[in-house]
Every structure is written in C-alpha cells, then in structure tokens.
Write a protein that binds this ligand. Structure first.
Ligand SMILES: CC(=O)[C@@H](O)[C@H](O)COP(=O)(O)O
Ligand SMILES: NCC(=O)COP(=O)(O)O
Length: 253
C-alpha cells in the first residue's frame, strides 16, 4: 500500500485566525487537498487554539463525509478538553503528542518510561470509541515495543532530525535510526506514521524506508504552495495596477 499523505491544515488556520474571518477557509483548502491526492487531513489544535480550533475538527469531520476513503487525524496533548472533543468528533485517528501549553511547535516524542501510566487509560478510552491511536515518538528502536505494550496501534516518528540531517554528513546515520525504528515498530506489531518538517526536498529519500503508512505534512507544504504561486499572483496584481485609466473597468454610479 503506498504511503498516505495527510495534509496538516494548522498553518492555513493560523493565517485565518490572524484576521478573524473565515479566510483562508480550512474547509476549502482541506477539500482541495483531498481533490488533489491527499488521503487524509490533519489538525493539531493546541490548548490556546492559535492554529486549528476545536470547532474545525467538527467541520472537517462533516467535510470528510464527502470523501469516503479519506481519514481525519487529530493530533494533540490529551488534556481533558481535547479528549472530550476527540471523543465527540470521532476521528479515524488520534495522534497523541506530549506538547506543553504555549509550545511553539512539537519538539519531542513520548518518554514511555515516564508517561505510560497517564497514557494507558487515554489509549484505552480512545480505542473503546473506535479511534485508532498513534503515539508521537522519537526514532529510538528500543522504544517501539513499549508503545505497542501500552496499546498503541501506530507510532508517528518525529522527523525533525531527518529534516535537519538531510543533505548533511549526518544523513546516513539518521536515516539508519529511522529505518531501524520502523523495523522495530513493525516487528512489535505497530503501523508507522511519520511527520514534522517533511518537505518536497527531503520526503522522497525518507520514503525509501519501506512500510511507512502515512506522512502528515503542513508547515513546509504551506510555504511551498506560497512559493509556487507567489510570482504569478504578484504579476496579476501588477498587471491590474498598470492598466491605463481607459482600460480599467467602468464604474457606473
Ligand atoms: C505533531 C507534529 O509533528 C507537529 O508537527 C504538528 O502537528 C505541527 O503543528 P504546527 O504546525 O502547529 O507546529
Ligand atoms: N504530524 C506532523 C504534522 O502534522 C505536520 O508537521 P509539519 O509538516 O507542519 O512540520
């Protein structure tokens, strides 16, 4: 099965929130993602909801009714409010992430020697509600079996170190850490997702590691979309500004 792309809409939501109306609309961008080959949508509503908001999860759930095969993945730290929302929405997958409130972005996976007791009941509850559970984890092969032991269905490997190492002398060593982590996870009976700072440059090489079920990508994808469209949009604005008075549209009063 080819790797599924789940488009993370957090950065579209961040732009939207900067103005207070629904523009850009994450529903429109979510729909476009699915129409163009994404197999899922991801949001990561943080406690301050500065990116995606809890309401977005409900709206995207409704959108996904139109796309039978596509999945909704909700990421976050399982604080009470988050859990209430996730259980109410019923996404296909919930990715648990050990973020602190106010954290600028995710920067580490779970430490299962510390976090097991808090995670176990959360995982059990999500599974009782038929939500697939993925745990955000650093690429440490020895820790994969621990994720399975507490009931996770999947792990999401935190790929920041891959993005940093790509095209540097550390690339081979970091690649090997990920390859062995995927192998260990599969041997433990887990499926494997991956995400964070993946982009158009570093993704193809990363996906030479077999058996990655899903990648979720948002930040770079949004920047790359801006970069691809920026020059053309500037030209369109400049063309409007340079129209002579005679060629401007008529305004009848
Ligand atoms: C869990 C994870 O890897 C993050 O990459 C996250 O989902 C991205 O969210 P932000 O775009 O809000 O930093
Ligand atoms: N889980 C990772 C994710 O959804 C997107 O991360 P990024 O591409 O925004 O860094």
């Amino acid at each position: 099965m080819p790797t599924a792309l789940s488009v993370n809409l957090n950065k579209i939501a961040l732009l939207r929130n900067s103005r207070g109306r629904d523009y850009p609309s994450i529903l429109k961008f979510g729909r476009r993602a699915l129409q163009n080959g994404a197999r899922g949508l991801t949001i990561h509503p943080r406690p301050d909801q500065r990116h995606a908001r809890y309401q977005d999860a409900y709206d995207l759930r409704a959108l996904l009714e139109e796309f039978q095969e596509a999945e909704l993945n909700i990421e976050g730290n399982p604080i009470d409010e988050f859990m209430d929302m996730v259980l109410d929405v019923g996404p296909d997958q919930c990715t648990l992430v050990p973020d602190q409130p106010g954290q600028i972005t995710s920067d580490h996976g779970y430490d299962l020697d510390m976090d097991t007791e808090t995670l176990k009941p959360v995982i059990e509850k999500l599974k009782r509600f038929d939500v697939r559970v993925s745990l955000f984890m650093d690429p440490v092969p020895e820790n994969m079996a621990k994720a399975r032991a507490i009931g996770a269905d999947r792990v999401e490997l935190y790929t920041e170190s891959w993005a940093q190492a790509f095209m540097t002398p550390q690339e081979d060593q970091v690649y090997e850490q990920f390859r062995l982590s995927v192998l260990a996870a599969r041997e433990a009976g887990l499926e494997v997702n991956a995400g964070h700072d993946l982009d158009l440059q570093n993704l193809a090489m990363f996906l030479t590691i077999p058996d990655i079920a899903e990648v979720s990508i948002g930040h770079a994808l949004t920047v790359e979309a801006l970069e691809s469209g920026y020059d053309s949009v500037i030209r369109q604005y400049a063309a409007i500004c340079s129209l002579s008075m005679e060629s401007r549209p008529n305004k009848d009063f």
